[in-house]
Design a protein around this ligand. Structure first.
Ligand code: HXC
Length: 278
């Protein structure tokens, strides 16, 4: 009989109360899915939380949930990561309100399944624009405020949402796999360039995360994952949750992660190595 999988836990059951008090978190694509999960985890630990995204109603609802989770303050700015000026305005609005950004999470992503031969040039460019160029725009926008946060010696961090698609030959994902490989590369470059400012840069590669667009029942991979036994996909015996990813982000942003930079942290229950799938 297989041992039942250990469940995921909420951040307030794992970390010291108030761990993120005094910290400012800014998340692109924070209105839903993994981005919102990260916001809620930091909110429960006392951080002030700002989010940006494209859809005002979604951002409004998410900010209310973030406040209910315990954030002393929450704000949102409507901004598309593809627009560098909009990202600069969003990061500046956060910085001007709270004086700094301790943790910037570049999380906004776009995806759909398509063979490369069927993808129009615009379709390929759209995913590159959101995932890779959007990460670059967010990084440039957040940098002055990350520097402000790290100036007192307590450090600051940028965390990007990567993936595991790019580690293997992954059909239907030519755009996203290329973009996420680019994010992994950019993570290393930025980590080197920003290390002298005390700013760490890492990426997290989630496996199949329940209740997200890229998850086992989501729009992008739902049709594939639905046909597979969870233990074949994830040897740990369950799909991931947004809490699994958020707890990793909290650890990386905490003093516990102070010697980790320029790397990619895989949080996937052994999925990609065992199944070779996304
Ligand atoms: C083929 C498609 C397509 C599809 C769009 N396109 N959907 N091509 N198959 N299913 C093409 C369009 O035809 C168009 O090209 C171009 O892409 C741009 O499409 P738009 O709809 O104009 O773009 P936009 O409104 O900006 O929407 C971007 C999007 C959309 C990526 C297409 O799905 C989106 O905004 N998604 C955001 C949320 C999201 O996808 N999250 C998924 C995260 S999951 P033409 O030439 O026809 O004009 C994730 C998983 C990572 O990242 C891995 C986890 C394991």
């Amino acid at each position: 009989m297989p041992v039942p999988p250990a469940p995921s836990a909420r951040s307030d059951a794992v970390f010291a109360p108030g761990l993120m008090q005094g910290k400012v978190l800014f998340v692109s694509g924070g209105g839903s899915g993994i981005g919102l999960g990260i916001c809620l985890a930091f909110a429960r630990l006392g951080a002030r939380v700002a989010i940006c995204g494209r859809t005002e109603a979604k951002l409004q609802e998410a900010s209310e949930a973030i406040r209910r989770a315990g954030a002393p303050e929450a704000m949102f700015v409507r901004a598309d990561v593809r627009d560098p000026e909009a990202m600069k305005a969003a990061a500046d609005a956060v910085g001007q309100r709270w004086g700094k950004i301790d943790v910037f999470v570049s999380n906004a992503a776009g995806n759909f399944m398509s063979l490369a031969e069927d993808m129009t040039p615009k379709a390929f460019a759209t995913v590159l624009d959101i995932d890779l160029r959007g990460t670059f725009h967010g990084a440039q926008a957040a940098l002055p405020w990350l520097r402000r946060a790290s100036a007192d010696g307590s450090g600051a961090i940028m965390i990007s949402t990567s993936a595991t698609l790019q580690y293997k030959a992954m059909p239907f994902q030519g755009h996203a796999a290329a973009a996420k490989a680019g994010i992994d590369s950019l993570t290393k470059t930025l980590a080197a360039e920003w290390s002298h400012d005390g700013i760490r840069v890492v990426s997290i590669a989630p496996g199949p995360i329940e209740n997200t667009e890229g998850g086992p029942t989501g729009r992008v991979f739902g049709a594939l994952a639905g046909r597979q036994d969870v233990r074949r996909v994830c040897p740990l015996g369950r799909y991931g949750t947004t809490d699994d990813i958020a707890n990793t982000a909290v650890f990386l942003a905490s003093a516990g992660g102070n010697y980790i930079t320029g790397t990619n942290v895989v949080v996937d229950g052994l999925n990609w190595q065992a199944s070779g799938a996304a």
